[in-house]
Design a protein around this ligand. Structure first.
Ligand SMILES: *Cc1c(COP(=O)(O)O)cnc(C)c1O
Length: 360
């Protein structure tokens, strides 16, 4: 990658930045909000707190334009839809895909239809879909039910499905692996991420492999995925009818990328395990209070996974571990306010009351 693509001031999104690794031509009408180029942040306080002796870096995808990693795939999916002359895109979503689709559709002057499970998406994500102007349809049931309808809606090709069953999504998302290799000089030893539909774990593995094949990196990481215990079809090795977890972004019972994710695990000597909601909430509070990095509960599932691996002595001393923080904490303000360790205290509006409240 040429140095101009590494210059934050001049960064123009993942398609411009990694054009040679993506199927776009000089005439392709690129739809971008300058996604990607997110920070890779070392988190020594967290590692120390869990008694680890390894280097952990967080790929902070919450700093994308709509505050989740979904933007990497969406710039590709919407660009390709635009190139094909499509007027309408649609998706089923636990929230972040709909936020991203709605934003990129607005940018591309397309119509966007989002199907979301009623009352089950985080408040910030709903606010985004509405503000970007998507036709927002809420329905009883869960994500899996909504995806079934979207597949049917898009069957004749007039409406483009932009869920991760759209292969362009995976193509865009693989660029996060490129950025990590560029930042570290090579792939990490282990890559940990939360798993819902398993599109992202599939995409990262594809990215790491392609970068190695292109001679841009030398090694491949072990891919480690974590699901919420109440929504862990990979761990149970069976689809789940009523997935349940506080981490709404991974409340998925029938993962769309079942086969490719299994292949990624097999070829990388990786695994998918589960963490409880309680473990997710602990990690959620820890990473915010100890490192100043606010992520949504689904992202914290990866950190809960790292704690679980560390407690089982499964992280080699001195190794380099990367975890993807898939979405920003502000996406889900209700869970944050409910589960923060600290509460707001009401005081009288005078200096004495403030001094007394802070113990001075
Ligand atoms: C979409 C999403 C996930 C799950 O990614 P998959 O590709 O469906 O496995 C995890 N965390 C957040 C915040 C998400 O938006």
């Amino acid at each position: 990658m040429s140095s101009e693509h590494k210059n934050a001031a001049g960064w123009r999104g993942i398609i411009q930045g990694y054009r040679e690794h993506l199927a776009v031509g000089p005439e392709t009408p690129i739809v971008s909000l300058h996604e990607g180029n997110t920070p890779l942040i070392r988190v020594p306080n967290f590692v120390e707190a869990i008694g680890g002796a390894f280097d952990l870096y967080l790929k902070y995808e919450g700093l994308n334009p709509t505050a989740s990693f979904k933007d990497r795939g969406m710039t590709m999916a919407v660009t390709k839809a635009k190139a094909r002359g499509v007027q309408v895109i649609a998706c089923a979503s636990t929230g972040n895909t709909s936020a991203s689709a709605a934003a990129y559709a607005a940018r591309a002057k397309m119509k966007c239809v989002v199907l979301i499970p009623e009352g089950k998406i985080a408040r910030g994500k709903l606010a985004q879909a509405l503000m970007y102007g998507a036709t927002t349809l809420q329905m009883p049931g869960n994500f899996d039910d909504a995806l079934t309808i979207v597949r049917e809606l898009c069957a004749d090709g007039a409406v483009e499905v932009v869920n991760s069953i759209n292969p362009h999504r995976i193509e865009g998302q693989k660029t996060a692996a490129f950025e990590i290799c560029d930042a570290l000089g090579d792939a990490p030893d282990m890559h940990v991420l939360p798993v819902g539909n398993a599109g992202n774990i599939t995409a990262y593995w594809k990215g790491y492999r392609e970068y190695a094949d292109a001679g841009e990196s030398d090694t491949l990481p072990r891919m480690m995925g974590f699901q919420a215990a109440g929504a862990a079809p990979f761990v149970e090795d069976a689809f789940i009818d009523d997935p349940e977890t506080i981490a709404s972004a991974i409340r998925i019972g029938k993962p769309a990328s079942w086969q490719p994710a299994k292949a990624a695990l097999q070829f990388s000597a990786g695994a998918i395990d589960k963490v409880t909601d309680e473990e997710i909430l602990t990690a959620y509070q820890m990473i915010t209070a100890q490192e100043g990095i606010f992520v949504e509960p689904a992202s914290a599932a990866a950190l809960a996974g790292i704690i679980k691996l560390q407690n089982a002595n499964k992280i080699t001393e001195g190794s380099i571990v990367v975890a993807t923080m898939t979405g920003h904490g502000l996406k889900d303000p209700d869970n944050a306010v409910e589960h923060a360790k600290v509460e707001a205290t009401t005081v009288e509006p005078n200096l004495d009351a403030v001094r007394a409240a802070i113990g001075l």
